[in-house]
Design a protein around this ligand. Sequence first.
Ligand SMILES: NC(=O)c1ccc[n+]([C@@H]2O[C@H](COP(=O)([O-])OP(=O)(O)OC[C@H]3O[C@@H](n4cnc5c(N)ncnc54)[C@H](OP(=O)(O)O)[C@@H]3O)[C@@H](O)[C@H]2O)c1
Length: 245
Amino acid sequence: MSFNLAGKVALVTGANRGIGEGFVQTLLKGGARKIYAAARDIKSLEAIVALNPSVVQAVQLDVTRADQIISLAAQIPELDILVNNAGIIDSALSSALDATEFARKEMEVNLFGPMQLTSLLIAKLKQSKGSAIINLSSIAAISNFPSIGTYSISKAAMHSYSEGLRADLANDGVAVVCVYPGPTDTRMAAGMEMDKPAAVSVSQKAFLALSNDQFEVFPDDFAKQMYATFLEQPQKLAKVFSDMG
Ligand SMILES: NC(=O)c1ccc[n+]([C@@H]2O[C@H](COP(=O)([O-])OP(=O)(O)OC[C@H]3O[C@@H](n4cnc5c(N)ncnc54)[C@H](OP(=O)(O)O)[C@@H]3O)[C@@H](O)[C@H]2O)c1
């Protein structure tokens, strides 16, 4: 294990439910010393703080609010793990007349907010002895999923951003992990009728991968299968996603 959660200080965005809540649970189990659990509505974090009030601190963050990003980054004196988890699907087909409006909203939450937050925290992550940035992308980043076309665009941007960060920080002791889940059992995927892994499994797989020096994480069987299809032939995955509607 080259990456140990014990004693670490972490910040998780969108920590009040779903995959973000799972990250808080996994960090607690691993012995994190301090977890900043961020959400737009601080009251929605009560149950998460109650898991361990001496470790988990509720903080307010809407990732589309530059003022809140700046104020939160200034409040955090040291940091080992940043989890850019907050995200939305508010999608249009790529060909829709109003596609840019949907894409702009999704890019604000799924890319620009995380980018600004990360930029402001990089200096603190560099000071840590062994730190990590964990970015939530999606299997829909690897090939465009037409029915959620603009969401796919934003998650592909997160993939590319993660690659850029990883290269930039390679000599600074900051690992950059990008996670590409398939449909996972949270509110976001509530409309998808299929077997879905539990939200907490995403964080468990992400930290396991990190401790094995793997930085691109396909945490579930669906994501693994789809990525294998892509590696076999990129256009084959495009066809599979297009046929899924
Ligand atoms: N579930 C899936 O199938 C799946 C698959 C692939 C990737 N992902 C990615 O995994 C991440 C977590 O998603 P999830 O499945 O846990 O979805 P979720 O249950 O819908 O949770 C989304 C989280 O993001 C927060 N959020 C939304 N807009 C925000 C904003 N402007 N500022 C700060 N927080 C904001 C939500 O907070 P509020 O409670 O305030 O709305 C919530 O905590 C997302 O990036 C998503 O794209 C999910």
